[in-house]
Design a protein around this ligand. Structure first.
Ligand SMILES: [Zn+2]
Ligand SMILES: [Zn+2]
Length: 99
C-alpha cells in the first residue's frame, strides 16, 4: 500500500490537466508536499477531476495515521488516530491495543 496525501495549491488561473478548465486551485496526490509541487504542472487537477480520480481508483479516505508496533511479530502498521475498538495486527492477528 502506498500512502498518498491530497495537496491543494492556490494558483492563478491555471489549467486543470484533466479537463482543461482554468481554475484557481489545483490538487495533486503525492506522498509529500514537495513532490506534489513538482508534479503540479503535469498532474494538477481541479476539484471535480480529483474527485473523479479518487472515485475511479477506489481510493480509501483515512484521517491522519499513527504507527503501531505489534508486540508479537514486531511489525509496524498504520492505523487512524481516531480508531475505535480493538486493534489487531494485520499480519499475525495479535491484539495490539484495546480502547
Ligand atoms: Zn478538471
Ligand atoms: Zn503481529
Amino acid at each position: 500500500m502506498r500512502i498518498t496525501r491530497l495537496h491543494g495549491f492556490d494558483v492563478e488561473d491555471e489549467k486543470c490537466d484533466g479537463c482543461g478548465w482554468r481554475v484557481s486551485k489545483l490538487y495533486v496526490l503525492e506522498d509529500s508536499k514537495e513532490n506534489a509541487k513538482k508534479m503540479l504542472n503535469e498532474i494538477g487537477l481541479c476539484a471535480h477531476c480529483i474527485c473523479d480520480l479518487l472515485e475511479e481508483n477506489d481510493y480509501l479516505i483515512v484521517r491522519d495515521l499513527v504507527k503501531l508496533e505489534c508486540p508479537e511479530c514486531k511489525r509496524r502498521f498504520l492505523i487512524e488516530t481516531n480508531y475505535e475498538g480493538n486493534v489487531t495486527c494485520p499480519y499475525c492477528g495479535e491484539l495490539v491495543e484495546s480502547n
